[in-house]
Design a protein around this ligand. Structure first.
Ligand SMILES: *Cc1c(COP(=O)(O)O)cnc(C)c1O
Length: 397
């Protein structure tokens, strides 16, 4: 119990600190925190380098298209560019950013199935030739504004057992995916491949098997009808280490390689993978500070602990308490259940209320709070001035 100095005790998170960060790097972050106002995010580029190398070693036949939306800071994008990564963009703004770093348009895909005609045109004029789609309307839009481009068709997947599901909103059923490919050819586009996303922070690798099986059936059907697809896009979904132990990236890769072999045999198409969370998640630590500790009545046992970061400052993935970040305070004391909330005047700005985090009984206002695994979907989500709070600052370790 008194060992809280080295153990993360938050709710049932009970792992050694070293599972998240080395002692040496943690010391560096603490030093830095002494002279910088919280909240801020610190990114460890070495971690991203390792994640990239690990994935490219374990899936050597796959091309990595980093999902820019997960962390679009210049340093992260430049590192990945230098490592030879390709990029998946969600908008022309991300596109222009990636192009401004000297990335060739041939290494960029436009993966959002929802796009304005003017944006398709802009991308096409900049040299983008690979677009995702999941509807006839969008396909026609692409054919008019990016004539002759390669298109791939996103299918619906189940997304259950993902902590951050993307279900329903994207993708199409198989019969429509088939029709899209036929229509694409009619419209003078190149029906190029199939894609899916099994849901972000996907704990069940078997979800890739279902999706790969579906894709292979469309490959076969289309081939019988004179359309030969060339590519399968496995999407994102690989997990990051939050409040539970996850399978290693190598274990996911071994399984996925096996599924590809099972369903495509020797005729393996070009394979694309679009990691976001698993590429940058474990590279980030948010340093925050306790602003207020209070009770709702005189005899309340439960403390409300308000941090200087909340849902609008970058922790939007606590919505429905979906993502449970490892939270650490370097203090000794009996772990006590608390309700954690953010600093804004919006009642939805509560981080964890049902899931009870435990913090040491000795916590005080102004104590530093370290939130691990915050490299993905934090800074890119933070609002620009809700309640006047500035967007989340980010520094490189
Ligand atoms: C968000 C997104 C990704 C990244 O997903 P992660 O689960 O963060 O790896 C990949 N591809 C597409 C099309 C996406 O929308």
């Amino acid at each position: 119990m008194e060992k809280s100095l080295n153990i993360i005790k938050s709710g049932n998170i009970n792992f050694p600190l070293e599972d998240y960060i080395s002692a040496e790097k943690f010391k560096k972050i603490k030093e830095f925190s002494k002279t910088h106002e919280t909240p801020f995010l610190i990114i460890d580029l070495e971690r991203i380098n390792e994640n990239y190398e690990e994935l490219s070693t374990n899936l050597p036949f796959a091309k990595i298209y980093y999902a820019v939306k997960s962390n679009s800071s210049i340093e992260v994008l430049s590192l990945l560019r230098n490592l030879g990564s390709s990029f998946d963009v969600a908008s022309i703004y991300e596109l222009d950013l990636v192009l401004s770093l000297g990335v060739s348009p041939s290494k960029i895909s436009y993966g959002n199935t929802i796009k304005k005609a003017t944006h398709v045109k802009h991308a096409y004029e900049k040299g983008i030739n690979l677009f995702a789609t999941d509807s006839i309307e969008d396909l026609i839009n692409i054919s008019k504004n990016a004539p002759g481009a390669k298109v791939f068709f996103r299918i619906l997947t189940d997304n259950s057992s993902a902590d951050w599901p993307l279900s329903k909103k994207f993708g199409t059923h198989l019969d429509l995916a088939y029709d899209l490919a036929v229509k694409a050819k009619e419209l003078g586009l190149i029906p190029y491949g199939m894609s899916f996303h099994v849901g972000s922070q996907q704990k069940d690798v078997g979800q890739w098997e279902d999706a790969i099986a579906k894709c292979s059936s469309i490959f076969k059907l289309l081939k019988e009808n004179g359309i030969e697809l060339k590519m399968i896009n496995l999407g994102g979904g690989f997990p990051s280490r939050y409040n539970y132990v996850i399978n290693k990236s190598s274990e996911y890769c071994t399984e996925i390689a096996k599924y590809l072999h099972d369903y495509f045999g020797k005729d393996l198409p070009e394979v694309i993978i679009e990691p976001g969370r698993s590429m940058v998640g474990n590279s980030g630590v948010i340093v925050s500070e306790i602003v207020l500790i209070s009770k709702k009545n005189k005899i309340d046992k439960l403390n409300w602990v308000y941090l200087d970061i909340g849902k609008f400052g970058g922790l939007i993935e606590t919505l429905d308490e979906s993502i449970k970040y490892p939270i650490f305070i370097e203090k000794k004391g009996t772990p006590r259940e608390v309700i954690l909330a953010g600093p804004t005047c919006d009642s939805m700005d509560i981080l964890y209320e049902n899931y009870k985090y435990k913090l040491p009984s000795t916590i005080k206002i102004k104590d530093k709070v370290y939130i691990f695994t915050t490299g993905a979907y934090t800074q890119s989500y933070s609002s620009i001035c809700f309640n006047g709070f500035p967007p989340l600052k980010s520094y490189i370790l």
